[in-house]
Design a protein around this ligand. Structure first.
Ligand SMILES: Cc1cc2nc3c(=O)[nH]c(=O)nc-3n(C[C@H](O)[C@H](O)[C@H](O)COP(=O)(O)OP(=O)(O)OC[C@H]3O[C@@H](n4cnc5c(N)ncnc54)[C@H](O)[C@@H]3O)c2cc1C
Length: 745
């Protein structure tokens, strides 16, 4: 038997190692690309978020990559060193899918580092301004984008207002509103619907028309949203709507519920009157209200170029319907997604000649999809890109621009100009209303507790373990009896695997295995099954895995036999072990690797700084040193096969240090002062050592990372063995349940 096992194990092990080294190569290739993406994003400044930001807790991340698959935008997150890191933070629009789907709760979509930001209002959790009681904010003005969030905020504020007013003495003056809502976008309109449902006396003022930002989307734009609950309407269950559908829905709701909406009315400020009521100034006169909800969005007033001719009728600050422009000579100004989408839309219309003017030298804030489409359109000559250009003057049939560093003049024949350079944000207005944007006023973020999915999973598993231990203890007489003597034991009929309680335990273990596998179905992003949160399923996965093992052990009488059932039990044990490695141990190593990566970045920065301070031939030496460090570091980190990498890890240090010493000697011979050479050498060695340490952790992580394959394949083998066990047992064994005649004493 042992010989047979060895014969089988040897080729399997070889196959295993081959597969591992192949997959490791692939992983390193992907990781190198991910790292390059991250560096590129850093260089272009697109690693920073505009609003929300996925913050990854590396102490929890298990590197499953679900967040990357779940994110509808491209390149926001990448896997580096087996953990998720933010690459293009500016592409995050706050869908929050990564946080929702992360099975271990390692991601939170936050506003990033708030300590430096002066564009996020300071608010109570109820969204009331702590400095101006009665003044609430809702929607994108708070810093959180997305329609779903705006809707949630609008609802919450109306509820808070209703709750607050209940505790205040009533105001008899019929001219005083309970609530004045500013802005008729998704946040303001939802707030109005909830206020109507709660019977509040309210009004809505809007400087433009109903619909907010949505009304300004391009024609037939597909709006992605997540299911939301609208007051007095119900659930918006679809994930995609056309812009026109959404605007029509808002209009219908406003009419049906007779919302007191005053459009073309601009909010100008708020102050407290002597009687404590809030006095609201608008372009259409003064309102008095006990509370105010500012649902202003962040677009504010469209930004202007400040050039002659900007007020001509052919100049617009938004494009709603590209199809209504054909055979026109069009200039689009701007470098964001709105400008690029408008230019692309216009370029697709027959007969249009489209130019896109942007003052920057490269588009750094675009969604990946727009970046690709823009490049393709420019290559195909569908539109002209004028990078580094500034509009100087607009006339009825032309536009004058200054292009490039030398300010070369260019005159474009022109029929239409779209200035899509964003809006003047409403922050100054907010501050005048008493809303603080000062980071010093912000409360420190709450400290995150332990991963609850893990704690809950373990708590559930502990309960099963306790019950199993109690059961084993109660029947210890039977379980302590040697296998050969058990048939004579009085409890044999009750506890043997094919009968009574023993059989029930086996059936329960199989059910737990089934429940355990349901996690895989739920986590597959390819299947449209999104029942329950993945975190809850992770809890179930942990608890059912451990529970199934314990019940199967009791089912087998605490002695795994040499049968398909016994082998399935061993499989289950390996599965629980590899699961534990993946869930806990695996997360520890990447943290160490990431820490060394940070150290490496720091040392390399210092080296670059040092050589940047040198002059003439000394600088050339510094640059050679930097380049050499880069090459050595890349050699050990990403390149070569398994053997080469192992050799680099084991003996690379001495070789690299010798190499750097030789380089230093050359530097000295070239006349670089000894202290500069020494300082450079120390940093170069430091950088190499940090890279070496990061690589060692990385290889260890790669090795531990193989648990994932082991975990999966053992799971497949275990399921097959369980099936074989069930089939054999039902065909050949005389199965008798406790309720079968004569089983229970
Ligand atoms: C091009 C683009 C595409 C987008 N695509 C999506 C998407 O697919 N899915 C998604 O979920 N989100 C998307 N968003 C984001 C989404 O549109 C916003 O998050 C959402 O509209 C915010 O709603 P809001 O009510 O807070 O603000 P807004 O919709 O901006 O509404 C604010 C309202 O306040 C009014 N207002 C402002 N100042 C004043 C004043 N002083 N006086 C009176 N009224 C004032 C404005 O005129 C406006 O009507 C997109 C945004 C853009 C720009």
């Amino acid at each position: 038997m042992t010989t047979w096992l060895l014969l089988l194990a040897a080729p399997l092990a070889l196959l295993w190692v081959t597969l591992l080294s192949w997959s490791r190569r692939e992983e390193l290739r992907r990781m190198r690309a991910g790292r390059a993406e991250q560096e590129q994003a850093r260089a272009r400044g697109t690693d920073r978020a505009r609003l929300q930001y996925p913050a990854v807790d590396l102490s929890r991340c298990i590197g499953c990559g679900i967040c990357i698959e779940a994110c509808p935008e491209e390149g926001v997150l990448e896997l580096v060193h087996g953990q998720a890191v933010v690459a293009h933070g500016s592409r995050c629009v706050g869908h929050g899918k990564c946080a929702e789907e992360c099975p271990v709760g390692a991601i939170a979509v936050t506003l990033g580092d708030l300590s430096q930001r002066r564009d996020i209002p300071v608010l109570e959790p109820s969204h009331e301004s702590p400095h101006t009681p009665g003044l609430f904010l809702a929607g994108e003005v708070t810093g959180f984008a997305l329609i779903r969030t705006a809707v949630e905020h609008g609802r919450m504020v109306a509820r808070e207002v209703a709750r607050k007013l209940e505790s205040l003495p009533p105001v008899e003056d019929p001219g005083v509103l309970d609530l004045l809502i500013v802005g008729a976008g998704p946040a303001g309109l939802t707030c109005a619907l909830e206020a109507r449902e709660r019977g509040l006396r309210f009004a809505v003022v809007e400087q433009d028309s109903l619909g907010g930002t949505i009304a300004h989307y391009p024609r037939r734009k597909l709006v992605m949203t997540q299911p939301v609950q609208l007051p007095l309407h119900g659930r918006l269950a679809r994930s995609e709507y056309e812009k026109e559908e959404l605007v029509a829905l808002w209009e219908d709701l406003a009419t049906e519920h007779d919302l007191p909406l005053q459009t073309q009315t601009r909010f100008e400020g708020v102050e407290r009157d002597e009687d404590g009521v809030l006095g609201v100034r608008t372009s259409a006169g003064r309102f008095r209200a006990r509370t105010v909800c500012l649902a202003l969005g962040r677009r504010g007033t469209p930004r202007r170029l400040g050039v002659e001719g900007e007020d001509l009728p052919k100049v617009a600050s938004s494009l709603i319907d590209a199809q209504s422009y054909r055979g026109r000579r069009v200039l689009v100004v701007g470098g964001g997604d709105s400008a690029v989408e408008a230019a692309l839309g216009l370029a697709e219309q027959p007969g249009n000649q489209v130019s896109l003017s942007y003052r920057g030298q490269a588009f750094t804030r675009l969604k990946a999809r727009n970046e690709g489409r823009l490049e393709a359109a420019a290559r195909a000559g569908k539109l002209e890109l004028l990078l580094g250009s500034q509009v100087q003057r607009i006339s009825t049939d032309a536009v004058k621009l200054a292009v490039g560093e030398d300010g070369r003049r260019l005159t474009l024949p022109n029929d239409e100009v779209f200035v899509l350079i964003g809006g003047e944000p409403p922050f100054a207005l907010l501050e005048r209303c008493g809303v603080s944007l000062d980071p010093a006023d912000r409360l420190p973020p709450p400290v995150e507790d332990e991963d609850p999915s893990l704690v809950r999973g373990l708590a559930l598993a502990s309960l099963v373990a306790l019950a199993a231990a109690a059961f084993a203890f109660a029947y210890q007489g039977y379980f302590r009896t040697p296998l050969a003597e058990r048939p004579l034991h009085p409890e044999h009929d009750l506890l043997r695997p094919a009968q009574g309680m023993g059989l029930v335990l086996g059936a329960l273990a199989s059910l737990l295995v089934l429940a355990n596998l349901a996690y895989l179905v739920r986590r597959s992003q390819a299947l449209p099954l999104t029942f329950g949160s993945l975190r809850a399923w992770m809890t179930v996965h942990v608890a059912t895995g451990i529970g199934a093992l314990l019940l199967a052990l009791l089912h087998g009488g605490l002695v795994p036999r040499d049968t398909s059932g016994g082998h399935a039990l061993w499989g289950l044990a390996v599965l629980v072990l590899t699961g534990a490695i993946g869930r806990w141990l695996y997360a520890l190593v990447p943290r160490a690797a990431n820490g060394r990566e940070l150290q490496l970045d720091e040392v390399r920065d210092r080296l670059a700084q040092l050589s940047g301070n040198w002059a003439g031939s000394h600088r050339a030496f510094g640059e050679r040193l930097e380049a050499e460090v880069g090459r050595l570091v890349d050699d050990i980190r990403w390149s070569g096969g398994l053997g080469q990498r192992l050799a680099a890890l084991l003996i690379g240090r001495r070789r690299a240090h010798r190499h750097l010493r030789d380089l230093a000697a050359t530097g000295r011979r070239e006349g670089v002062p000894a202290e500069e050479v020494d300082a450079g050498l120390v940093l170069a060695r430091g950088a190499f050592d940090a890279a070496l340490a990061a690589s060692r952790y990385e290889e260890l992580r790669g090795l531990l990372g193989s648990w994932r394959y082991l975990h999966r394949w053992v799971a497949v083998a275990m399921v097959l063995l369980v099936l074989a066990h069930i089939v054999t047992a039902t065909r050949y064994a005389d199965l008798r349940w406790p309720w079968s005649e004569g089983v229970l004493p």
